[in-house]
Write a protein that binds this ligand. Sequence first.
Ligand SMILES: Cc1cc2nc3c(=O)[nH]c(=O)nc-3n(C[C@H](O)[C@H](O)[C@H](O)COP(=O)(O)OP(=O)(O)OC[C@H]3O[C@@H](n4cnc5c(N)ncnc54)[C@H](O)[C@@H]3O)c2cc1C
Length: 478
Amino acid sequence: MTSNRSLQKSILYNDLVAILGAENVSRDEVECQAYVGDVSFLGMVIPRHNFEVERPDFIVWPETTEQVSEVLKVANIHKTPVTPYCGGAGVQGAAVPLFGGIVMDVKKMDKVLEIDETNLKVTCQTGLIGQTLEWILNEKGYTYAHIPQSTYCSGIGGFLAGHSAGVLSTKYGKIASMVLGMEVVLPTGRVIRTRAVPQSAAGPNLNHLFIGSEGTLGVITEATLVIHPMPEVRHFRSFLFPNLHSAFEAVRKIMRRGLLPGTLRVSDEEESKEFYKQDGSFMTISYDGFEELVDLQLRETMKIAEAEGGSDLGPEPGERWWKRRFSSVYPKDSGNPLEMGRHTLNVGNVIDSAGSFTYLEAAHREIRQALLRIPGQSFMAHFSHWYKTGGMMYPYCVNTGAASEEEMIDRYFRMHRAAVEVIHRLGGTMTHHHGVGLTLRGFMQEEFGESFETLRSIKHTLDPNNIMNPGKLGFDWR
Ligand SMILES: Cc1cc2nc3c(=O)[nH]c(=O)nc-3n(C[C@H](O)[C@H](O)[C@H](O)COP(=O)(O)OP(=O)(O)OC[C@H]3O[C@@H](n4cnc5c(N)ncnc54)[C@H](O)[C@@H]3O)c2cc1C
């Protein structure tokens, strides 16, 4: 006899096939199992661990906005969860379909719809992989200048829904400041568009509601982004400072002076030793654009660095880092903390906190102390993504020697509890661009305080049946 649940699943399957065609719907066990996790630490241990995660019933690959809308309407009728999925390269587990249902992989929505060279903007569907868009633009002499380390394996939808930041963000901004307009399918299936204009004073900017929403408020189907002519030159310079404090002082003065570096990375003493074999605090900076302005900014930077005790290491270390910056990420077993947990009983994660200059120095000291109390813990950090008011700290937190998978997972959460306690006490934010996912969902109320209720009301209004990526961003479970 067929159970109610399997009858309902058959009906839903047929509804989905009617919308998308059989080739765009899968209920194959192996394919569904492949979407249980993502590349986050939790996403990698979930498939082999007894987490309360159901395997999705269906994977769907819509090709049009209309199909996305119809799928969401049907999901509401069946009260079935829908988890949007782009590259699956999130590092916090935001794309893990906690309650099964439908995983909506948007990667077939990968068209560039318009490149407007006069007004410097590109409109595309959001399943497009970041590097593919960059190559298409480069061929015409443009860049969209969003180059996260995951550019080859994540897409525009994931960048927008995950509030991503690329390596050039100090000059070009995070994805939030690159997006002019977007099309979003709300959880009920209604399609809305925001105006792709340089600025508007017509009420609150709705783009910002969906940036960082991690698939909980709808599916972003199209985006219009700013583009830039390719820079004529990109020049690098590296410096070695006596300690982290003097490197921070140099950064603070560079930003105060109004200089606009593309990349600006500062390593703490541990990372300087480990990666660059240097005693002190290592800094790499680059400027891009037209040559006279780039050279002028470099000269100002060298004056500031010298005044803070920095020794000039020339252009070579930065050029080498830029050339090889993807090579440490993709090979397996490379020692990359994000790869750990896949094969071993080691935990690796990064904590991308942000705050003022004053905050960064104190937070680095206190988070380090708090984490090193955990057995098997190591700690080193770099700092990048700068603003006039502060920047981001990025510790690699590797933990080795857990006796079991349970202990490994306990240590993972212990690491985050210890760090977030310091972050909130000192007035920072617990994430600058990696987002919340499964790792930080339990701290959202604390991060937002009273205003979390406002966010919860918006979720409830837009998604009355709580179908969109339930259990994420600190919203209610099923
Ligand atoms: C090696 C490596 C390096 C990384 N480097 C960086 C970096 O430099 N900067 C950075 O910011 N991040 C980085 N990340 C993290 C990750 O790439 C980003 O978080 C990225 O935004 C995820 O994009 P994705 O396409 O993989 O999204 P997914 O992992 O597929 O999804 C992320 C979230 O967005 C939601 N989502 C996806 N598409 C849509 C859509 N169309 N509409 C609504 N919701 C959607 C999902 O439900 C999920 O909640 C790195 C990750 C790795 C593995």
